[in-house]
Design a protein around this ligand. Structure first.
Ligand code: HEM
Length: 129
């Protein structure tokens, strides 16, 4: 019981909790897919990708990296993106799409920055591998 309460206390400060939990993460990810579909440069990378799996795994990843109660069950960022030859410009372009997705989900800018900070370590796992 004590451990359970402690777990709840730490989660209530998490970026995940500040976002509003799973519902908001799903909104962000759904908006992100729409943004990707509208961007021919980034969409090209997704040819042949399984979008349902992408939605599920990316939601898990955002949840777990922002301190939410999820475990990430997908492949590592290096395994997934390593062979794609993602340029720094295209990485930044994708981050812009994520920002658009968060704007459309009414995520306040300060909170957007916290989400981006939580995902930032993935950058070095996928560029120039
Ligand atoms: C902002 C940082 C990023 C994060 C956190 C991220 C996260 C993910 C995750 C969790 C998956 C699913 C992994 C799995 O299926 O096991 C995925 C798949 C994918 N990502 Fe990313 N990604 C990022 C940036 C990018 C960029 C910059 C590109 C390309 C420009 C990209 C292209 C893809 C593609 C094409 C797939 C689908 C692969 C497939 O199903 O064959 N991602 N990403």
């Amino acid at each position: 019981m004590g451990a359970l309460l402690a777990g709840c206390a730490s989660q209530s400060n998490s970026v995940y909790h500040q976002l509003g939990g799973n519902e908001k993460v799903e909104q962000i990810v759904e908006n992100f897919v729409v943004e990707i579909e509208r961007d021919p440069v980034i969409l090209a990378y997704f040819e042949g990708a399984d979008i349902n799996r992408f939605v599920e795994k990316l939601s898990e990843q955002i949840c777990s990296r922002t301190g939410g109660p999820c475990s990430y069950t997908g492949d590592t960022m290096a395994q997934v993106h390593g062979g794609m030859n993602i340029t720094e410009a295209d990485f930044n372009r994708t981050v812009d799409l994520l920002i658009n997705a968060m704007n459309k989900a009414d995520v306040p800018h300060r909170l957007q920055n916290k989400v981006l900070r939580a995902l930032a370590p993935t950058r070095d796992e996928m560029l120039y591998l």
